[in-house]
Design a protein around this ligand. Sequence first.
Ligand code: ZN
Ligand code: ZN
Length: 238
Amino acid sequence: MGIVARILDLIYPKRCIFCDEILESENTSFFCDECIKKAKFIGTSRCEKCGKSLKKDYKLCDDCKYTLHFYDEGRSLLSYSEDVKNVVLGLKQREKLGLAHSIGKLMADFFRREITWEVDAITAVPMHFKDFDKRGFNQSELIAKEFSRAMGIAFNKDILIKVKNTEHQKSLDRNHRLKNLVDAFRADKVDAFENILLIDDVYTTGATIDACSKALIDAGYKKIYFLTFASASSDNKK
Ligand SMILES: [Zn+2]
Ligand SMILES: [Zn+2]
């Protein structure tokens, strides 16, 4: 390791994504030995559309069987768990900004290893400017920027914006979420880009990713993919 890398290592040590423990600089997993055992990485038994973990021999999860999604395909690294929940909360705290960087790098490693989609540009699920002003940053954008740096694929913030300040989604069911999100996003077509990769922290019902995808398709983009750190489990889960 070079001297600069050594110094950077001392100032910004690599930390476990789940428990924040400082890791050896040689660690390439971003998890400590204990936490990597708890991490529920989604394997090959997964929904062909949304990427959620499934029981063997199922091709689509119940949701994708009955719901028309606007995106082409999506993948997530992990299934939801208590540890993931803590990570998602941590991502919203200013003092844990390094976490988004580690997750961005981890997602880039995963993409390189497992995904063959042709992607022209990366964008993040945007926040409304009022929410952005309140928090001061968009955690999905931080992940997406780090991912873009690691992958060498353009990040473009302006192709997708949130024009409507929507009601908090958590307490709503899927139909209400969708209704709430109609016209919440607006996309602008950039001539050089056809296929877009959307980055977010968690995929739950897909309502947000669908609303973003619909806006992108309406603007003239061809294929929309998504990649998230984690996804909520499906009904016919492992
Ligand atoms: Zn750990
Ligand atoms: Zn699915």
